[in-house]
Design a protein around this ligand. Structure first.
Ligand code: MLT
Length: 327
């Protein structure tokens, strides 16, 4: 009998070891944070800022890896199929929800392929153009777009990008179909906008604020209900006549499904401390945004937000327009 008990005891220890008791010593090595858009864009900017803060708290380096393509779904798919060991994270935004509607086939099931760490920030968007674009203000922009719809080019980060979502809503609001130029992110799109190779786009303040201040691009409106302290002279789309036009880009950090809860909680604690740091608060303010609260930087809050946002954007199915492949 003793022999069998010993054997059962050993088996129990082995199961405990495999089941994730190692999570108590997590992290023991470098962590990868996948950003599903090209380097230099708004998602990349948020990720690198947060990764620095979380690395300090975790005592292990978080390395950002850009895995762009298909509107963020390639990068998300890579994380969905990664080992659930806490060493591969995904930082994604509202596109996690809109892709569930706008993409007919995804390499993952949005609601079952991921575990959750927490919300990071909710970023306003701006309607911006190359600096020599003819319209001088928002109302003349709308008139100009309607009159030149066949030739004007609008950049976005392809189907699933926040810039794509905002562009869909904007075209619907002004009842005008525009020619869209897809990129692997609005980092590359901004390079073309600054060079005058593309006419305009809707992009996040984390990518546009400094260029607007420098005068190297032209800004027409911000997409939040209230003006931004960092851009006080920029009117809202609502005050410019687009009733109810309210778009902002929430961001969250995910892990592959099956990641031990202790690991997700440890990552959430590091995220909360990074978001509360003076450096992150100050940098986010310069970029027109602010950190999510400690209560929102939790697995439960991100799960609830994603589950609420997927049905919210089902209405987009009527707006989704075919696009070419990314530049
Ligand atoms: C978006 O449009 O979703 C983002 O701008 C993509 C990016 O971060 O480049």
């Amino acid at each position: 009998m003793t022999f069998h008990k010993t054997l059962l005891g050993l088996a129990a220890c082995a199961i405990l070891a495999v089941s994730g008791a190692w999570a108590q010593s997590y992290p023991e090595r470098q962590i990868t944070m996948v950003v599903p858009f090209a380097a230099g864009g708004p998602t990349d900017t948020v990720a690198r800022l947060i990764a620095d803060g979380m690395s300090a708290d975790l005592g292990q380096q978080i390395v950002v890896e850009n895995v762009s393509g298909a509107g963020g779904t390639l990068g998300a798919g890579k994380v969905a199929s990664a080992e659930p060991d806490g060493y591969t994270l995904l930082l994604h935004h509202i596109g996690m929800a809109t892709s569930a509607t706008l993409h007919s086939k995804l390499p993952y099931d949005t609601l079952t392929a991921f575990d959750y760490v927490g919300l990071v920030t909710d970023v306003p968007m701006t309607i911006v153009a190359r600096k020599d674009f003819p319209p001088g203000d928002f109302s003349s922009l709308v008139s100009y777009l309607r009159a030149n719809a066949a030739t004007v080019t609008m950049a976005n980060a392809t189907v699933g990008g926040a810039s794509h979502l905002c562009g869909l809503l904007f075209m619907s609001a002004i009842e005008t179909q525009l020619k869209t130029i897809p990129y692997d992110g609005t980092g590359p799109a901004m390079i073309d906008l600054l060079a005058g190779k593309v006419d305009f786009m809707c992009d996040q303040t984390t990518n546009t604020t400094q260029h607007i201040k420098d005068g190297t691009i032209k800004a027409y409106a911000v997409t939040t209900p209230a003006r931004l302290a960092v851009l006080p002279d920029l009117p809202t789309a609502i005050e410019s006549g687009l009733a109810g036009f309210d778009v902002s880009v929430w961001h969250g950090i995910y892990t592959p499904k099956g990641t031990p809860a202790a690991v997700n909680e440890r990552l959430s604690a590091a995220l909360q401390r990074a978001l509360a740091s003076p450096e992150v608060i100050a940098r986010f303010a310069e970029l027109g945004t602010e950190p999510s609260s400690a209560a929102d930087a939790t697995p439960a809050a991100l799960k609830a937000r994603l589950e609420a946002e997927i049905p919210r954007w089902k209405t987009l199915q009527g707006l989704a327009l075919p696009q070419g492949s990314a530049k």
